[in-house]
Design a protein around this ligand. Structure first.
Ligand code: GTP
Ligand code: MG
Length: 271
C-alpha cells in the first residue's frame, strides 16, 4: 500500500509518499538491505569533474541501501570526469555520443547484473541521502517507477531557474491531463527495475528521456510513485538551465516527447 495515502488516491498508476526524512524507513532497513536484489546507480556525466566524486562517495557512504555497483557514464568528457569517478570507486563506462538520454541508456545496458536501477545526475544537484527514500516504494513492491519530486521536496535557492520550474510544471500538468498520472515534477532521481526499463524500448536520447520513461510507464500501467526529493545548486557551470538556448531545447524535447508517445505500444515482449 502507498504509505500516507488512502488506497483510492493511489489510483492505478500514481501514489505519492508524503513521508519526509530517514525516519520513514524505520523498520524497513532489512527490506532495503535484501541481498537478493542487486541495485545499481547510473549517473550520466558530461564534464562533471568537480562534482562526480561527491556524488559517487555520497552514494557509497550511505549504509541503508547497499549498492551492487555505481556506474558513471562518461559522456565524452574532456575534464577527466571518468578518472575522478574511477578513483572514487565507480565503474566508468564511456559513451562518446552526446546526450543525457544516450548516457542513461548506455548505463542501463552496462548494468547487466542489476535488478533495479537508480538514476541520478552527476552534477551533485541530487542528494545521495535520498537514495533509500527513492528506492523504498519499489523494493516494498508498491511501485514500478519512483521519481524524486523536487516540487514535493525542497529546492535550494538557485538550484533551478524560473523557466526550469515553469517547464517542469507544464510537463507535469500535461502528464496528469493526458495520462492521468499524478506527476508534480520530472525529477532526475528515479528508480525502476531494469527489466521494466528495457521493456519501455527507450528512444529519446537527449532531454526527452525522462518524460518518455513516464509516458511509456503510464501506457504500460506501471504503478507510479513520487517521493519528496532534495535538490541543491549544481556544482560547476550549468549546461542547460543557465542558458536560454539550453532551456528552450530541453523544454521543446520534454513537451514534444510528452505528446509523441501518446499512442505508444511496445513492439517487443510485454513484461
Ligand atoms: N547537458 C548535458 N548533460 C549531460 C549530457 N550527457 C550527460 N549529461 C549529464 O546529465 C546530467 C544532467 O545534465 P545537466 O546539464 O545537469 O542538466 P540540468 O540539470 O537540466 O541543467 P543544469 O544543471 O542547469 O546544467 C548531468 O550529470 C550531466 O553531466 C549531455 O550530452 N548534455
Ligand atoms: Mg543539473
Amino acid at each position: 500500500m502507498c504509505s500516507g495515502q488512502p488506497r483510492e488516491e493511489c489510483g492505478a498508476l500514481s501514489c505519492i509518499l508524503a513521508e519526509s526524512g530517514g525516519e520513514a524507513f524505520t523498520g524497513e532497513v532489512d527490506l532495503l538491505r535484501d541481498p537478493g536484489t542487486r541495485i545499481a546507480a547510473v549517473i550520466p556525466a558530461l564534464n562533471e569533474a568537480g562534482a562526480i566524486q561527491r556524488v559517487v562517495e555520497g552514494l557509497r557512504a550511505q549504509r541503508t541501501v547497499p549498492l551492487h555497483e555505481v556506474i558513471v557514464v562518461d559522456n565524452g568528457s574532456t575534464d577527466g570526469t571518468g578518472e575522478v569517478a574511477r578513483r572514487a570507486g565507480a565503474t566508468v563506462v564511456r559513451e562518446e555520443r552526446r546526450g543525457y538520454g544516450r548516457a542513461c541508456y548506455a548505463g542501463m545496458l552496462a548494468a547487466k547484473d542489476a535488478d533495479v536501477l537508480v538514476l541520478l545526475d552527476g552534477d551533485a544537484a541530487d542528494d545521495p541521502g535520498d537514495l533509500p527514500r527513492v528506492l523504498a516504494p519499489l523494493l516494498r513492491g508498491d511501485a514500478d517507477l519512483v521519481v524524486g519530486s523536487r516540487a514535493r521536496g525542497s529546492r535550494e535557492r538557485g538550484s533551478m531557474t524560473p523557466h526550469q520550474v515553469f517547464g517542469n510544471r507544464v510537463a507535469a500538468h500535461l502528464m496528469r491531463a493526458l495520462y492521468g498520472v499524478r506527476v508534480s515534477d520530472l525529477g532526475p532521481f528515479r528508480a525502476i527495475r531494469r527489466a521494466d526499463l528495457l521493456a519501455l524500448e527507450m528512444r529519446e536520447m537527449t532531454y526527452g528521456w525522462s518524460v518518455e520513461m513516464m509516458v511509456k510507464a503510464a501506457r504500460l500501467d506501471y504503478r507510479y510513485c513520487e517521493v519528496p526529493a532534495r535538490y541543491q545548486r549544481r556544482v560547476g557551470v550549468s549546461k542547460v538551465g543557465g542558458t536560454l538556448r539550453g532551456s528552450v531545447w530541453a523544454g521543446w524535447c520534454i513537451l514534444s516527447t510528452t505528446l509523441r508517445y501518446a499512442r505508444w505500444r511496445p513492439r517487443g515482449v510485454r513484461r
